[in-house]
Ligand binder design. Structure first.
Ligand SMILES: Nc1ncnc2c1ncn2[C@@H]1O[C@H](COP(=O)(O)OP(=O)(O)OP(=O)(O)O)[C@@H](O)[C@H]1O
Length: 242
């Protein structure tokens, strides 16, 4: 679904590469965590998948297409296959919950009857039924992130990219968002999530790709990513209290 072949990204000539000969493959339906310190290249990697940036060298394949050389007019078609969620939600502040999600369908030209069916279905899925008429500032952070997730998945993308989606949320709320992302993944959507949150990564037991200074230093499949047992029992406590 996503393949990087020796991909490097240099933003400014002479600067250290933000990504340095990264090769990786994410199969259809996988759930992958992208971890690494601030500045290690996680957001750059996600931006390359979206073709918000172009690789300086190497090849990026997304959904069967090589996108480094994709013509600009084909980029919207690529992006329609990808949902994106950010740390800061990025909702339209003057639109209701319903309108925020519907907007994602309007811009892709969905007919009104499709919108009036699929928006409520999606809000049900993210457990926001009954809050359709609220404005973003009338919601908690966790609810705002659920709206953002609904907006990201309403057009049923093949891929969901999440850049620190729990970064602004407390542990209990984060756990709810992770359950939701896991459910979306189980419907077949490939999920790539950048995060700093080791407790979440440890709890979820998914594949982990770690970047250090733009290089992949670790790529391990589920269950083999181990943080301290103290962190594990703290996380279990959070779950019980939630
Ligand atoms: N638009 C840009 N122009 C120049 N340099 C950039 C740009 N975007 C990112 N960089 C640099 O590229 C490197 C990787 O940044 P990136 O944002 O991908 O890291 P990150 O792992 O997502 O960090 P964070 O966890 O803080 O979001 C950093 O050294 C950063 O300063």
């Amino acid at each position: 679904m996503i393949r990087f072949d020796k991909v490097s990204k240099v933003y400014k000539r002479g600067a250290r590469p933000a990504l340095d000969r990264v090769s990786l493959e994410v199969a259809r339906g996988e759930f992958v965590f992208l971890v690494g310190a601030s500045g290690s290249g996680k957001s750059t990697l996600l931006r390359l998948v979206l073709r918000e940036e172009r690789a300086t060298s190497g090849r990026v394949h997304v959904a069967g297409r090589e996108i480094t050389s994709l013509s600009q007019w084909k980029v919207p078609g690529l992006r329609r296959q990808i949902g994106v969620v950010f740390q800061d939600f990025r909702l339209l502040p003057n639109k209701t919950v319903f309108e925020n999600v519907a907007f994602a369908q309007q811009v892709t030209g969905r007919p009104r009857h499709t919108i009036s069916r699929e928006v409520p279905e999606t809000l049900e899925l993210v457990k926001l039924a009954g809050k359709e008429k609220r404005l973003p500032h009338e919601l908690s952070g966790g609810e705002q992130q659920r709206v953002a997730i609904a907006r990201a998945i309403v057009n049923r993308p093949n891929i969901l990219l999440a850049d620190e989606p729990t970064g602004n949320l407390d542990p209990a709320t984060s756990a709810g968002i992770m359950t939701l992302l896991d459910r979306i993944n189980r419907t077949g959507t490939t999920v790539v999530m950048a995060t700093h949150d080791e407790v979440i990564v440890d709890q979820m037991r998914k594949r982990v790709i770690q970047l250090v200074d733009g290089e992949v230093v670790r790529d391990e499949s589920e269950g083999r990513y181990v943080v301290s047992s103290a962190a594990r029992s703290a996380a279990a406590g959070e779950e019980e209290r939630a």
